[in-house]
Design a protein around this ligand. Structure first.
Ligand SMILES: C[S@@+](CC[C@H](N)C(=O)[O-])C[C@H]1O[C@@H](n2cnc3c(N)ncnc32)[C@H](O)[C@@H]1O
Ligand SMILES: Nc1nc2[nH]cc(C(=O)O)c2c(=O)[nH]1
Ligand code: SF4
Ligand SMILES: [Mg+2]
Length: 222
């Protein structure tokens, strides 16, 4: 039986990339070793035993915290299908691909739900073939974990976070090396920065890419 650590479950609108605007249930898994300095979910990085709690407490929480509950694929799929209305499920984190997501994605799809994964691509992406994979490769992260070639190959869309002009230079190199024309390509400004957004707009024109704005943050939803 799988052991899945879940930091939060909530229903909202997908704010980023191709499914922007879709009502979605977010399953945010606990744990990430990548260490992005600007990460907006740092409370998911560690998975301390003392922060394990009950499913009821996690389902009810509305604020960021490092607490999580442990569940398995069948229970999670049941819980999502029974308690939420949205037909789209986003599995994010933390880094969800630290664990094998084949069973969870299979169970969710079997309930008639669409499934999307948000991943840094630093671990093998183990998901059902019909799951939509959003890869967000990071540049120069402290832990130095490389983005796997297999993650680029499996991705349905690739969404680069961009903070400054140097990021754009590296992204252009990475795109030329790793991104085939069949993939949707996005540039996502960090943390609602106007400067980063302007850089993304200019580079999107150059790369024939798209700009992914974190729309949920602009309208103040989760
Ligand atoms: C929090 S991460 C979790 C999933 C996975 N670890 C990853 O990085 O893709 C979800 C998405 O948020 C993006 N993200 C995180 N912090 C951000 C920030 N401050 N500004 C813009 N995007 C951010 C990541 O690049 C990723 O696309
Ligand atoms: N509304 C909303 N859309 C999102 N798209 C990706 C998110 C994430 O944290 O993975 C996210 C999130 O946290 N909230
Ligand atoms: S890989 Fe994702 S969850 Fe991990 S630190 Fe980076 S943005 Fe945050
Ligand atoms: Mg987020």
């Amino acid at each position: 039986m799988s052991r899945i650590k879940v930091n939060e479950v909530f229903e909202t609108i997908q704010g980023e990339a191709a499914f922007t605007g879709s009502p979605a249930v977010f399953l945010r898994l606990q744990g990430c070793p990548v260490g992005c300095g600007w990460c907006d979910t740092k409370h998911t990085w560690d998975a301390l035993q003392e922060h394990e709690t009950s499913q009821d407490i996690i389902i009810a929480k509305t604020e960021d915290s490092p607490h999580y509950f442990v569940s398995d694929a069948k229970n999670l799929a049941e819980m999502v299908a029974q308690n939420y209305q949205a037909k789209h499920v986003v599995i994010t984190g933390g880094e969800p691909c630290m664990i094998d997501l084949t069973e969870l994605t299979t169970e969710l799809l079997a309930k008639g739900l669409r499934v999307q994964i948000e991943t840094s691509g630093t671990f093998e992406v183990r998901v059902h073939p019909r799951a939509w994979v959003t890869l967000s490769p990071k540049i120069d992260m402290p832990a130095g974990l490389p983005v796997l070639a297999s993650s680029y190959a499996r991705a349905d869309e690739i969404k680069y976070p961009v903070g400054n002009a140097r990021d754009i230079e590296v992204v252009i190199e990475q795109v030329l090396q790793h991104v085939t024309p069949s993939k949707l390509l996005w540039l996502q400004p960090l943390s609602q920065s106007k400067k980063a957004t302007d850089l993304c707009i200019a580079a999107a024109t150059q790369l024939d890419a798209r700009v992914s704005i974190q729309t949920h943050k602009f309208i103040g939803i989760r």
